[in-house]
Design a protein around this ligand. Structure first.
Ligand code: NAD
Length: 355
């Protein structure tokens, strides 16, 4: 076995059906008594209900989280946090809401408690992202790592079918790229395999019945593990492409991940023998030649849109994305250049089977 470095993330995790009902006790245990609840506009009502439950320890709801954290939105939220007496940001929502909490934490050091309601995984990472002038940049800082995460699969029951499926595939993308990460290690690879297995089993069951709580629980477990993968090892070209699709074309994050993953994996199928064999095994295909196609077929069975053109990428998008990605090189187990990325993106644009 090769030497490796493994760094555990210091996050307290509470996991289970109905766990979010304990949020007040958990906040008090940590000494938080001036809690600002962050949500998207769409989850404002859920935030207000939570605020009522928290009573005196809630400072109120800030319902302005937006996907990809535009810098203007982040600046306003930071101002708001500085001008109010707050000792904790409670992010109730998906990656957009947790992203806004991270933007606040970065400038104020306020601790974050996260109650994730999608499968995006941001709650498990010290990574923050921000979008300015149509360019999304990411950074890493331990201050933005949530102190406490409460996973309650009951909160996913309201997640619509498309977002459930795509968000689950977004999580799977973290686990897949962790398998062939530059700094991969055997502990995270174990989590990655378990995550892919859980998501692969849970997502079709959720697509059949959005209220299947056992499947929701299994997907939440898979998403948690995927978040640990994302927070612990570096990602590869798939994540860089998706940042560009989101930051420069404002494509919905989870959908962009779900579609593109099949093509990124197919592109990398010969790059890391061990990783691809493990992936083939967990996806239950006979060879790594078929890993991309297996993900494509899984997307298809989940009713996910298969083409980037169908989620808003313009015709000149593949060329522009390929150029932006090549202009700021990123790790990938297989070398890439503009021409190869353009071919990958042209296929994803059209939604053709990767193999
Ligand atoms: P999101 O947070 O924007 O949520 C998508 C939509 O679903 C929103 O309208 C939201 O209000 C709604 N929603 C969320 N949960 C719901 C629920 N349970 N019921 C009903 N509606 C619900 O989307 P996302 O995919 O979770 O997050 C995307 C963002 O997160 C992107 O900006 C991405 O870059 C970022 N992200 C960051 C990291 C990181 O480590 N920094 C990791 C993953 C994603």
């Amino acid at each position: 076995m090769q030497d490796f470095h493994y760094k555990a993330l210091p996050i307290d995790v509470y996991f289970g059906q109905g766990k979010s009902a304990q949020v007040q006790d958990i906040l008090l245990e940590y000494g938080y008594r001036q809690v600002l609840i962050l949500t998207t506009p769409g989850q404002k009502e859920a935030g207000e209900l939570l605020s009522k439950k928290l009573g005196q320890i809630s400072v109120g709801v800030y319902p302005h989280a937006v996907m990809h954290v535009p810098v203007e939105v982040a600046d306003k939220a930071v101002e708001f946090a500085k001008n109010n007496d707050i000792d904790c940001c409670l992010a109730l929502g998906g990656g957009s809401t947790i992203g806004l909490a991270k933007a606040i934490a970065l400038k104020t050091n306020l601790p974050i408690v996260a109650i994730p309601t999608t499968y995006a995984g941001s709650e498990m990472t010290p990574i923050y992202g921000m979008t300015e002038n149509n360019l999304k940049t990411t950074g890493k800082d331990t201050y933005v790592l949530p102190k406490v995460v409460i996973y309650d699969p009951e909160l996913n029951l309201t997640l619509p079918a498309q977002i459930s499926a795509c968000s689950g595939m977004n999580a799977m993308a973290h686990a897949v790229e962790a398998l062939y990460a530059e700094n991969k290690n055997p502990i995270i690879s174990l989590m990655a395999v378990e995550s892919i297995k859980s998501l692969k089993a849970a997502l079709p069951a959720i697509a059949q019945d959005l209220t299947n709580i056992e499947a929701r629980q299994q997907a939440t477990y898979g998403a948690w593990l995927a978040g640990v993968c994302l927070g612990s090892v570096g990602m590869a070209i798939h994540h860089k492409i998706c940042h560009t699709l989101g930051g420069s074309f404002n494509l919905p994050h989870a959908q962009a991940h779900a579609i593109t993953l099949a093509y990124s994996v197919h592109y990398n199928r010969h790059a890391d023998n061990e990783a691809m064999q493990r992936l083939a095994e967990v996806l239950q295909v006979s060879s790594r030649e078929d890993v991309g196609l297996a993900i494509y077929r899984l997307n298809e069975s989940l009713g996910i849109k298969l083409a980037l053109k169908d989620i808003g990428l313009p015709k000149d998008g593949p060329a522009k994305v390929a150029r932006i990605v090549c202009d700021s090189p990123y790790y990938n187990p297989r070398d890439y250049n503009y021409k190869e990325l353009k071919i990958l993106l042209d296929k994803a644009y059209a939604g053709l089977p990767p193999a």
